[in-house]
Design a protein around this ligand. Sequence first.
Ligand code: HEC
Length: 142
Amino acid sequence: MLNKTWLEKLLLGLLLTPLSVSPVQAHEHVHDAMQGHWMAPAKEAKRQNPVKASPESVARGAALFQTHCAACHGATGLGDGSAALNMNPKPQNLKEMSNHHSDGDLAWKIANGRGPMPSWKKTLKQKQIWDLVNFIRKLAAS
Ligand code: HEC
């Protein structure tokens, strides 16, 4: 009897442990994902997008994205482009990440790059960068 109770307690403990631990771990995981995450300087992040997110702008952004970005970011921005398979850091899911960032923040990061993410300010016009931001927003909303 005593043995059974002991066994029951052990089993119950094993069953309950993942339940009581995982929400905390999940929470910390979300924190970790944003902590130390690449952010534009605050002043840049506050910049307003001067290009209206018209269907034309989104279409221009989509075309630019397929030409210049999809190799690493994947056609739909999931971060699964073939060129990025062995990268460190890897491009994150733009659909998700963009919800945490302002237009100004995204535009600045596209312009300046970091590590394996190229800087685009010499290749693209500022207006094209805003078109890309409009496209990324559209991706996130889809
Ligand atoms: C050679 C591969 C490569 C190409 C091409 C590339 N990127 Fe990236 N990109 C990356 C990587 C890797 C990161 C993550 C960098 C980091 O966290 O330090 C990144 C990060 C980003 C971020 C920041 C996302 C975040 O997590 O905050 C944006 C926005 C972005 N890229 C947009 C673009 C756009 C738009 C283009 C095309 C004009 C492009 N990238 C082209 C590899 C690439």
